[in-house]
Design a protein around this ligand. Structure first.
Ligand SMILES: *Cc1c(COP(=O)(O)O)cnc(C)c1O
Length: 392
């Protein structure tokens, strides 16, 4: 609790110690709960630096060479996913915000007047029924409306069914509605499934260039792996792409990146004149012209220190290690009759049940007995434990 008088040093230290000791340790090797865990010391040093330097990434005037840190990562990621020279990008506060920004850009591209008049037409967006829950929230925040999200039933592997997607678009077109946005997932939150990006890009092109966003928050990091980047095949055909370095790459929370194929749409939606702020230098170096926030921590620095010290080959090893661990865990589950497997190959989520025990009960017992921290999830009518090998 907080009070009117200052806290003396000793008491202050004791209180902090209590807080630390009582906090769940996400860096423990027993932590497999959410889609982050562990941490890389080379990334931690960058995050500490960002705190100590305490710049804001809005302008070159206040962040100086740190602008180059952010721009270098955007350039490297652009090369990895195969966008061309017109690309733009920024570091949003997370994967949910990345999805939100992509939705706003898509909405404004469909009708720039919406920025002034609000949404007056029936705009329809599409995602798989396994897409991240931020899709629904973002539909509401953006004025599109939750009722205008079409959740396309996924196939038995949890991937978006392109035939059903096309059917849904046709139904909406017949009704006179305007399809404008498709969100595909590279690594669904529960199963770690990859939507068929190439085939979805075909559909987007066919129907009056619907904006195509690839949400790679969870497994977009697979792009660093020669062995697994095929899971993202076709991502160069998307209009925007996002991923979280705080998931597969093991930087501290949060480090999220969005790339937009044509930067004019990013600044079209997110730049605003502010004379009190933008006083020097060209907009290329005033990153606040393409970000959501004004005051913004340098989230790129922790990823840059990691990348700088390990090289791109080192990042590939981090990603491959997670797939190797997943293979080990999946083989164990497959070859042990006490377990039943619910997830599939090429995923770092291993979903299983043990001896038919209620996964909710089992997870809670493991947590309370301090054995390990895992979560549970469901797909269709099955509920199961989800072990995530992201803590490499
Ligand atoms: C984690 C996740 C998000 C949300 O990212 P946050 O950084 O937690 O907001 C979005 N999409 C997918 C597929 C995710 O796994």
């Amino acid at each position: 609790s907080l009070g009117d008088s200052p806290t003396i040093k000793k008491e202050f230290a004791d209180t902090l110690r209590k807080l630390i000791l009582a906090t769940p340790k996400s860096s423990s090797a027993l932590f497999f709960n959410q889609l982050f865990g562990g941490r890389n010391s080379k990334a931690v040093i960058g995050d500490l630096l960002a705190v100590l330097l305490n710049n804001s990434m809005a302008t070159y005037k206040i962040s100086g060479p740190q602008v180059g840190v952010e721009k270098e990562i955007l350039l490297q990621v652009k090369n990895l996913i195969g966008y061309k020279e017109n690309y733009g990008g920024t570091f949003p506060t997370g994967g949910s915000m990345s999805n939100f920004m992509s939705l706003i850009i898509a909405r404004d591209k469909k009708n720039l007047d919406i920025r002034n008049t609000g949404v007056n037409q029936k705009l329809i967006m599409y995602a798989s029924d396994n897409a991240h829950y931020s899709i629904a929230k973002n539909a509401s925040f953006s004025g599109i409306g939750r009722d205008n999200v079409r959740y396309i039933k996924s196939n038995s592997f949890g991937c978006l069914d392109v035939k059903l997607l096309e059917e849904a678009i046709n139904i909406d077109l017949k009704k006179g509605y305007t399809p404008f946005y498709i969100n595909a997932t590279a690594g669904t939150t529960v199963l770690g499934a990859f939507d068929p990006i190439d085939a979805i890009a075909d559909v987007c092109e066919k129907y009056d260039s619907i904006w195509f966003h690839v949400d790679g928050a969870y497994c977009g990091g697979a792009m660093f792996s020669a062995k697994y980047k095929h899971l993202l095949k076709g991502v160069d055909r998307s209009d925007s792409f996002s991923y979280n370095a705080h998931k597969m790459l093991g930087t501290p929370l949060t480090c999220s990146i969005i790339l937009v194929k044509d930067k004019k749409y990013l600044s079209g939606s997110f730049s605003n004149d502010a004379e009190y702020l933008y006083q020097t230098d060209g907009d290329e170096f005033n990153l606040g012209k393409t970000s959501f926030q004004c005051g913004r921590r340098n989230d790129a620095l922790k990823f840059w220190t990691l990348w700088k010290s390990l090289g791109t080959n080192g990042l590939e090893k981090i990603v491959d290690q997670q797939f190797i661990l997943a293979d080990v865990a999946r083989d164990y589950v497959r070859n042990n009759s006490d377990y039943q497997l619910y997830s599939f190959d090429d995923s770092i989520s291993i979903c299983f049940n043990y001896k038919g025990i209620d996964p909710d009960v089992l997870c809670t017992a493991l947590y309370e007995e301090k054995e390990t921290v895992v979560g549970f999830g469901n797909f269709r009518e099955d509920t199961f434990i989800r072990l995530v090998t992201i803590n490499g």
